[in-house]
Write a protein that binds this ligand. Structure first.
Ligand code: SAM
Ligand code: SF4
Length: 380
């Protein structure tokens, strides 16, 4: 029996945030129905292919975007029903759906609970309305509060909230204020992402043209350590570079991805990982819909992983986890000695004090967290 995760991508947003380069679009709502049909066809096509070889049990399910809560809840239900018909879901499945403030009613969120989701992830970014507007969010903090309350009222007892740091004009005081307000609400999980200024985004243009300014790198790093200290002091465990959870509430779906477990992904631009092969779906919305409505499978083989690629990826993903990874597990998985394979990299990174060894565990030092890009560059 093979245990996997399933990811479903819903690429629609009410409006594109200024910093975002995820595969997501503002477009006519009429397209949602065709997209749902196409996605269901993709599930059917992929199922037939995979089912020839083995039994699969789904341990985690994640509906992400884009904004899954932007589309009608019946589309979500139809996709979920198709998956339930095709795959065996584990009894203790973790099933997450992303919800954006300003797109979800009480009825919608209740429907998610009724059809089997048991975790929601709410994108907030900041509690400061001025900052929310500045980065193109469609909602205020008060709308987030309503969404959060509705999620609790319908009975969700596993909620994640996304925050961002390093935003233009954001100060350490802003970050501190956001944290205090969110901690008071007591979500089980908090993700805190450092802004990545992506090419082609409106925010990049605003920064390049001097209309907005980003905080200095050292200020951004201070924000990060402020977040870490504050959340750790209030009962959250820092378990991955950008993720904090109450004990037992770490995201199983993401943790499995970081541990190089297998997952299937459906929808536009979705990436799957199965039998050491990475597959990618088309990222052209119209072509994705057309191909799948005509039952043309749109999955491309992106990468057939050699042992070297798998080992590099295992190390990079493993070091994202604050606890690091076990070099004995590395040995069991690859039949190679981590210290031998990566002797030169380990020498350089140890001299710079970016990684540390404790018994059979290797992990990033605090300095390594700040200079993670240097660490990753050693393993690509
Ligand atoms: C894939 S997005 C989808 C979530 C949802 N649509 C939303 O925006 O609320 C997940 C999270 O990634 C983060 N994110 C998106 N773009 C980012 C960027 N350029 N830099 C850092 N974090 C980003 C945001 O915190 C966002 O909530
Ligand atoms: S709502 Fe989320 S996915 Fe959509 S544009 Fe904003 S950050 Fe990107």
């Amino acid at each position: 029996m093979k245990e996997i995760g399933i990811y479903v991508h819903i690429p629609f947003c009410k409006r594109k945030c200024f910093y975002c380069d995820f595969c997501s679009f503002e477009c006519d709502k009429n397209i949602h129905n065709d997209y749902t049909k196409a996605l269901i066809n993709e599930i059917r096509a992929f199922y037939l292919e995979e089912n020839k070889t083995e039994d699969i049990v789904v341990k985690t399910l994640y509906f992400g975007g884009g904004t899954p809560s932007f589309i009608d809840e019946n589309y979500i239900k139809r996709i979920l029903n198709e998956l339930k018909q095709k795959y065996k879901f584990a009894k203790d499945i973790e099933a997450t759906i992303e919800i954006n403030p300003g797109t979800a009613t009480y009825e919608k969120i209740k429907k998610y609970k009724d059809i089997g989701f048991n975790r929601v992830s709410i994108g907030l970014q900041s509690t400061n309305d001025r900052l929310l507007k500045l980065i193109g969010r469609i909602h205020t903090y008060s709308e987030f509060e309503q969404t959060y309350k509705m999620a609790r009222d319908v009975g969700f007892c596993n909620i994640n909230v996304d925050l961002m740091i390093g935003l233009p004009t954001q100060t350490e005081e802003d970050v501190q204020a956001s944290l205090e307000k969110i901690i008071e609400k007591n979500p089980e999980h908090i993700s805190v992402y450092s802004l990545i200024l992506e090419d082609g985004t409106k925010l990049k243009d605003l920064i390049d043209s001097g209309k907005l300014e980003l905080p200095d790198e050292d200020v951004e790093r201070k924000m990060y350590w402020l977040v870490k200290k504050k959340l750790e002091n209030t009962g959250y465990e820092h378990y991955e570079i950008s993720n904090f959870a109450k004990p037992g509430y770490e995201s199983k779906h993401n943790t499995d991805c970081w541990k190089q477990k297998e997952y299937l992904a459906f929808g536009l631009a979705a990436h799957s990982y199965l039998n050491n092969v990475r597959y990618s779906n088309l990222s052209d919305l119209n072509k994705y819909i057309e191909d799948n409505l005509n039952n043309n499978n749109t999955r491309n083989v992106e990468e057939i992983q050699t042992d070297d690629i798998q080992m590099n990826e295992f190390v990079i993903l493993g070091l994202r986890m604050i606890e690091g990874f076990s070099i004995n597990v590395f040995k069991d998985k690859f039949n190679r000695d981590f210290r031998e394979v990566y002797r030169e990299q380990i020498d350089r990174l140890s001299k710079m004090k970016l990684i540390k060894f404790e018994n059979d565990i290797v992990s990033l030092t605090d300095k390594g967290i700040d200079f993670a890009n240097i660490v990753w560059s050693e393993f690509v």
